[in-house]
Design a binder for this molecule. Structure first.
Ligand code: SAM
Ligand code: SF4
Length: 393
């Protein structure tokens, strides 16, 4: 092992790929229980430039127990993707013919847990479990139970909510899962169907809000990606929805991470526009922004109604300067930024018996390469190969 890391190729793993296994492994995607399955061939998706090991960070660049990048930012927040599979095909995320990564490319349960544990030993305080759709991961209970036992300030899950009624939410809450964030991009049944490309309606998420609350989760966040001429006319309705259901409603600017690559700036509804549309119906009061790493601008309602509003504006109000996030994909790529074009493959370290120190050295070197910003508004910006679903939102 050189520089504390193995550089063993993963080609051997690829050559052992098999298409036997369950329906989902074969690429048969049940969009909804009522729908006929959509059958897709199983193929490797093209990735961004993957290298097996990052260059070593300068000696003394950071103290032993931390993850620090070359722009003086310290990592506290891990986004851990445990699957690239999803039972939806949201228009802004995944095309209908989007190809999953072969199952054997994905990390094992033990590998996810090892990475999480080492990240916590390096100062990570918050983990968000994501995907793809993380509730499709068969060992999600084990993930939550283990991560819940780690000394974390926050453990959260992002989900489309479609499978929550079949999950042991009380057990998750008792195990230490603190927060659940749901996704819902329209309150109109036909639109939800069109956006998710399923037969699901908004009632699925409304039910998920209820069962999450009954299990003890509070507050509950709901994300909506706002897109020009798609759902921008519902922004004020979503504010009503926040008040009615006492939730944190978070409006997200559309980002260039869709597999159809149809993003362009004209489709982004800006934070200013969102706030203006809400203000036609409700007066908002800004909340204290004391967490410098927060990605959202947060508001309450001036009339004291329940619910809150959050605006996540990565395109028009760039928050890269205070970024404290690191991402690990379901196939073991360490991505210092959502918009990285380079990612670092930690599987060879894991699969050659690398010690915790080897894994930590790899993570520290990878973090050092974190780019200064996403550059969406800069000339020459190029959308990464990986979609949001294959990175983890
Ligand atoms: N499947 C789960 C869900 O939809 O909540 C978790 C994974 S999903 C990739 C995480 C979040 O990313 C969701 O809230 C989704 O709306 C958001 N997202 C996906 N593609 C996006 C894009 N192009 N721009 C902005 N947000 C996006
Ligand atoms: Fe699936 Fe979430 Fe992407 Fe929608 S946004 S396709 S639910 S991963």
């Amino acid at each position: 092992m050189s520089n504390g890391r193995s550089r063993r190729s993963v080609e051997g793993l690829k050559s052992r790929l098999t298409t036997s296994g369950s329906a989902t492994e074969k690429g048969i995607i049940p969009l909804n229980p009522q729908d006929p399955p959509l059958i897709l061939p199983l193929t490797v998706i093209a990735g961004d430039q993957t290298e097996s090991a990052p260059p070593p960070a300068p000696v003394g660049a950071m103290s032993v127990g931390e993850l620090r990048d070359s722009h003086h930012r310290v990592i506290r927040d891990l986004r851990l993707s445990i699957t690239d599979r999803c039972n939806y095909r949201c228009t802004y995320c995944m095309d209908p013919d989007f190809r999953y990564m072969p199952k054997k490319e994905l990390l094992s349960l033990e590998e996810y847990l090892t990475l999480a544990r080492v990240c916590v030993s390096l100062g990570v305080e918050k983990i968000r479990i994501t995907g793809g759709e993380p509730t499709m991961y068969p060992q999600l209970n084990e993930v939550i139970e283990y991560l819940g036992s780690l000394p974390l300030r926050d453990l959260a899950l992002t989900t489309n909510g479609s499978l929550l009624d079949k999950k042991p939410l009380r057990r998750w809450h008792a195990a230490g899962l603190k927060r659940i964030t749901l996704s819902l991009d329209s309150l109109q049944p036909d639109r939800v169907k069109a956006i998710t490309r399923t037969n699901t309606g908004p009632e699925t998420v409304i039910r998920a809000i209820e069962i999450a609350r009954e299990a003890g989760f509070d507050p509950i966040k709901v994300n909506a990606v706002i897109m020009r001429n798609v759902n921008e006319d519902e922004i004020a309705d979503f504010a009503d929805f926040a008040r009615e259901h006492d939730i944190d409603m978070r409006f997200i600017e559309f980002m260039p991470l869709d597999s159809s690559r149809t993003w362009d700036r004209s489709k982004v509804v800006t934070a200013d526009e969102m706030l203006e549309k809400i203000s036609t119906r409700h007066e908002l009061v800004p909340l204290d922004q004391s967490d410098p790493h927060s990605t959202s601008l947060n508001y309450t309602f001036a009339d004291g109604a329940p619910g809150r509003i959050g605006i996540i504006a990565p395109v028009t109000r760039v928050f890269c300067g205070a970024c404290s996030r690191l991402r690990i994909t379901a196939d073991g790529k360490v991505r210092p930024c959502l918009f990285s074009h380079k990612e670092w493959d930690i599987r060879p370290v894991l699969r050659s018996g690398g010690s915790d120190e080897d894994i930590a050295a790899f993570l520290r070197d990878a973090t050092w390469t974190k780019q200064k910003g996403h550059g969406i508004s800069e000339a020459g910006f190029v959308q990464p190969e990986r979609t949001m679903s294959a990175i983890g939102g």
